[in-house]
Design a protein around this ligand. Structure first.
Ligand code: GLY
Length: 351
């Protein structure tokens, strides 16, 4: 087992390794000694595979739990689902000293986190990520949210988990496409911070040791979150590929996965940066090659005018500018605020 400490306002640990779900009961007993009842939130893909193991471990530690199961997929990440979870928690008589457990991928984690942030003005929650994407990114850092019709993650709060328990066995039931989607966030981490990791991914593809790779990505994210917990500065770097990626995701009607869209966003911004003389000239070639090695797309044929409207309504906008993360070299990126014209020129160069 590997442990990464996250020293934020309310510090917590991320534990990564096989078989950790069996120790869930003892872990929550230690972390939430006053809790007498737990709400496990999951979805209809992960629940049938892993909820019983979580419940058995809680029961063995003498803990009672109720389970709330959502339909899987981004369509469940709504304000209506949030209210349903809160009503369910109230009907199950959870109190302020009880806790929520988010068993699933990014959708379940973001939604459960927001439910925990708002139930009785805030209860503890534990992230139990079961996808690679959630393990390396969304389960760490306390960003919680649901989507609004106007865009992704527009309703949310910063609410740090009490703990993150990443049982790498759960990744074994992850469909190939979902694993590949998570790999886009791994590649993003390498392009942002870690040239050595980038070389390893370029050489070995998906043949990596999951525990150490997740720990390495979490450690990079920990450093950024510890420095900028409320996302007012350098944390924006984690949005590499996301400005265009979120636009492609919405325009595709969520037919493309988050990871596929981030891959397109990352490849596009690298091509644009090289053409504009902002980054080392071989970056696009290297990034395209690693994304293709992982089976991720590098282009979209969605017209730029449709993507522009989406990018300009992105929540990364501040006033008239959007912060775009621009690679300078592998392992080094910069935050560049851009107005509409600059953003349009950049994207035109990359698409
Ligand atoms: N997923 C981006 C962040 O946590 O800031």
């Amino acid at each position: 087992m590997t442990q990464v400490h996250v020293p934020v306002s309310v510090p917590y640990d991320v534990e990564i390794g096989p078989g950790l779900l069996s120790g869930l009961g003892d872990k929550v007993n230690a972390l939430c000694p006053k809790a007498s009842r737990f709400l496990v939130v999951t979805d209809d893909t992960v629940g049938p595979l892993w909820a019983q193991k979580a419940l058995d471990s809680l029961a063995a530690a003498g803990l009672a739990a109720a389970v709330y199961t959502l339909p899987h997929g981004e369509a469940s990440k709504t304000a209506a689902s949030l209210i349903d979870i809160l009503n369910f928690a109230a009907a199950e008589h959870l109190t302020r000293s009880d806790a929520f457990l988010a068993l699933g991928g990014g959708m379940v984690g973001d939604l459960t986190g927001l439910a925990a942030a708002t139930y009785m003005r805030g209860v503890a929650y534990i992230q139990i990520p079961t996808t690679l994407l959630a393990a390396v990114d969304s389960s760490v850092g306390g960003k919680t949210a649901v989507d609004l019709p106007a865009g992704k993650n527009l309703m949310g709060a910063f609410w740090q988990p009490r703990h993150v328990l990443c049982d790498t066995d759960t990744l074994s039931t992850l469909p190939d496409a979902d694993f590949t989607s998570g790999c886009a966030e791994v590649i993003k981490t390498a392009v942002l911070f870690d040239e050595e990791l980038f070389e390893e991914l370029s050489r070995d593809g998906k043949a990596f040791d999951r525990e150490s790779l997740i720990a390495r990505c979490v450690a990079w994210k920990r450093d950024i979150v510890a420095e900028d917990e409320r996302d007012t500065g350098r944390r924006a770097l984690l949005n590499l590929g996301h400005t265009l990626g979120h636009a492609v995701e919405a325009e595709s009607g969520f037919a493309l996965s988050h990871g596929q869209c981030v891959a397109i966003g990352m490849a596009t911004v690298c091509r644009a940066a090289a053409k504009g003389g902002l980054c080392v000239s071989d970056v696009p070639e290297k990034v395209d090659a690693v994304l293709e090695k992982f089976g991720l797309p590098i282009r979209t044929d969605i017209p730029l005018d449709r993507l522009m409207e989406r990018m300009l309504s992105d929540k990364k906008r501040a006033g008239a500018t959007v912060s775009v993360i621009v690679p300078e070299a592998i392992g080094r990126c910069a935050i560049r605020p851009m107005d509409r014209a600059a953003l349009q020129d950049l994207m035109k160069a990359g698409l």
